[in-house]
Write a protein that binds this ligand. Structure first.
Ligand code: MN
Length: 247
């Protein structure tokens, strides 16, 4: 089993170290990850500047690009064979609800799915300091084992969120749907030391609608949340409505 590990928090993040180390239980691990923090870059691809690879130590490669760049570099350039699995994370911070559209962690799994490679994104549900990455990585191994035993449907990749608590107090995984944010976070508006205005997005954690069956609800209760995702953004319900309009 060959496993590629990536993330969006950068190759030096605690979450990717824990995940890569834990995944060695399942197979041979190669890390290809951004050389720095690239959170919230979504599915962006670097096309106007070149990319460079830095080998930090054996099997650990930093790329000066986005998570999506890393998946492309890993598959098309760096790995000798196509990996059996790509895992992304463990992100420092939950990736829940429609907020996942910003996520580089989830986008890396999406890119892997576009390439036909089974993929899982893992996130730890806290933006504060955490001592639970190693335990979360054990959960990641457990989830991955189950996924490998069954095999993912080809148009499916997974978004897994893990509560920030000891494994002993974690509740079992729930299969969930993507929740909805109830409102978008604020913009901080301040003045710099030279008297110029500056703005800072995302001043607070986004609030999600706490509906049963959603990823957010599962995490709030202390369950591991597993959401199957697919890439097709077509609104299938609207197809029949719009097809009746006289365009
Ligand atoms: Mn991140």
């Amino acid at each position: 089993m060959n496993i590629m590990v990536t993330n969006d928090d950068g190759i030096h993040a605690a979450g990717i170290r824990a995940l890569a180390e834990a995944m060695t239980e399942l197979g041979s691990v190669t890390v290809v990850a951004p050389d720095r923090e690239r959170s919230a870059v979504g599915h962006s691809l670097t096309v106007h500047t070149p990319l460079r690879i830095f080998e930090l130590h054996k099997g650990w490669y930093a790329v000066d690009g986005t998570p999506t760049d890393c998946v492309n570099m890993g598959i098309h350039n760096m790995l000798p064979i196509i990996p059996d699995l790509i895992v992304s994370g463990i992100n420092h911070g939950a990736n829940l609800g429609d907020g996942i559209t910003y996520s580089g962690t989830v986008a890396a799994a999406m890119e892997a799915n576009l390439m036909g490679i089974p993929a899982i994104a893992f996130s730890l549900a806290t933006f504060g300091p955490s001592e639970h990455f190693a335990e979360a990585a054990q959960i990641a191994v457990h989830v991955t084992r189950t996924v490998l035993a069954h095999g993912l449907p080809s148009d499916t990749y997974l978004n897994v969120n893990i509560p920030n608590c000891p494994r002993s107090s974690m509740l079992p995984p729930l299969i969930t749907r993507q929740g909805k944010r109830s409102f978008v976070g604020k913009i901080i508006d301040k003045t710099d030391p030279r008297g110029r205005k500056y703005f800072w997005l995302g001043g607070e954690e986004s609030h999600l609608t706490d509906e049963p069956g959603t990823d957010f609800h599962a995490i709030t209760l202390g369950h591991v949340s597993i959401t199957p995702l697919h890439i097709d953004l077509t609104n299938h319900k609207s197809l029949s409505i719009l097809s009746k309009w006289a365009f």
